[in-house]
Design a protein around this ligand. Structure first.
Ligand code: AMP
Ligand code: MG
Length: 361
């Protein structure tokens, strides 16, 4: 893993290398394929040496970059090691992919009506997810598992064609949080098509846990960036962190950059992360729970919130599905959004949480 001694002038994300990176599942050959260019970019970015410690780990199907400022290297590395282990643990607890058993997979395979006990943190994230589903009019929903697996964007083999209409209609029957019942001993589902998928919120939760572990290790100035979803705390040698926001269509270009200090989450859902082209049409991985088809209103939806990357992650998916008309709802919950619609038009909340500097397009 590259250890970089950071970037004084600017700090940009490099998630643009993950155009088709599947989340929560990737074999070791693919990992190498995605990691190598990332390392080269990181090293290139780190030519401007200062006091930062930077490390990358492959977790949740993406390159997670840890940047720590203002502490001695050994202390920073120890904190990163612990934070990365915690984030890996969260992947293992929540993933619905791969062969390793967990309670979420057990729930998804349970007989309808059977009560399954979920570990405390799964129970808690499920309750949070159901709340966001209700608040977002089901633009985000945690019961999209059957549909996600049917489309297969997160499977090791990227799909080459859309599923049949019949299969989509069948999977859609389960996409309804009313089919989840909470009982004293756990949760049951009423329909076999109702399957959990935490893919739109678990990364944010892992980032929050990663930040919590860094803090437990005495770190006050850091960024945890999981391939487009990040939380920044403290500052960068007394100045705000500078965080570039990638352009959804121009590879290597930015829409602009943020100045973040204190405790800020910036989370983006984009159609460039995992997609395939079929008969000239682009099919991407964020699904519209109404139609069962890839959501078509947006190409990139960014949510900015104070602290909480978990909620920002869920809402970035909701905003992507809703498109620009979802911005007032987001704002009413104390967050702000920046959306590039399917026609390339930018729509933004009045950005008061943190300054944004648009790039000249
Ligand atoms: P994100 O990149 O945070 O927007 O999350 C996208 C992932 O969440 C997908 O790969 C699916 O696993 C899952 N997902 C797709 N559409 C939705 C949706 N409308 N609500 C909740 N999860 C979704
Ligand atoms: Mg999300």
């Amino acid at each position: 893993m590259p250890l970089c001694v950071g970037v004084r002038v600017s700090w940009l994300r490099f998630e643009f290398i993950f155009l088709v990176a599947p989340s929560f599942s990737m074999n070791s050959v693919s990992r190498l394929f995605f990691l190598l260019p990332a390392c080269m970019l990181l090293l290139a970015a780190c030519s401007n040496q200062s006091q930062d410690v930077r490390e990358s780990r492959f977790i949740m199907g993406t390159l997670v970059q840890f940047t720590i400022s203002g502490v001695e290297e050994g202390m920073a590395l120890e904190a990163i090691r612990a934070a990365a282990a915690e984030m890996q643990r969260i992947e293992d607890v929540f993933t619905i992919y791969g062969t390793q058993a967990n309670a979420v997979k057990a729930f998804n395979a349970s007989v309808p009506g059977e009560v399954v006990a979920l570990p405390g943190e799964v129970d808690s994230l499920l309750k949070t997810s159901i709340e966001v589903a209700q608040q977002s009019g089901d633009a985000f929903t945690p019961v999209i598992g059957s549909l996600s697996i049917l489309w297969g964007f997160s499977l090791p083999e990227v799909p080459v064609a859309p599923p049949s209409e019949l299969d989509i209609v069948t999977a859609l029957i389960g996409v309804d949080t009313q089919m989840l019942v909470h009982e004293s001993k756990g949760w049951k589902r009423l329909n076999s098509q109702t399957q959990l998928d935490f893919g739109a919120i678990a990364k944010g939760y892992a980032i929050d846990r990663g930040i919590a572990v860094l803090r437990e290790h005495g770190i006050g100035n850091a960024i945890v960036d999981a391939g487009g979803d990040l939380r920044a705390i403290g500052d960068h040698a007394g100045k705000p962190w500078r965080i570039g926001l990638r352009h959804p269509r121009k590879e290597g270009a930015t829409l602009g950059w943020f100045e973040a200090s204190g405790d800020i989450s910036i989370v983006t859902s984009g159609d460039y992360e995992r997609f395939f082209l079929y008969q000239g049409k682009r099919y991407q991985h964020i699904l519209d729970p109404q139609s069962g088809m890839p959501a078509e209103r947006s190409s990139s939806a960014t949510v900015i919130s104070v602290a909480n990357a978990t909620i920002a992650d869920a809402w970035s998916t909701a905003l992507f599905v809703s498109g620009a008309e979802g911005l007032p709802l987001l704002e009413s919950r104390g967050m702000q959004g920046l959306l590039v619609d399917a026609d390339g038009q930018m729509h933004a909340s009045k950005l008061t949480i943190l300054p944004f500097h648009p790039s000249a397009q």
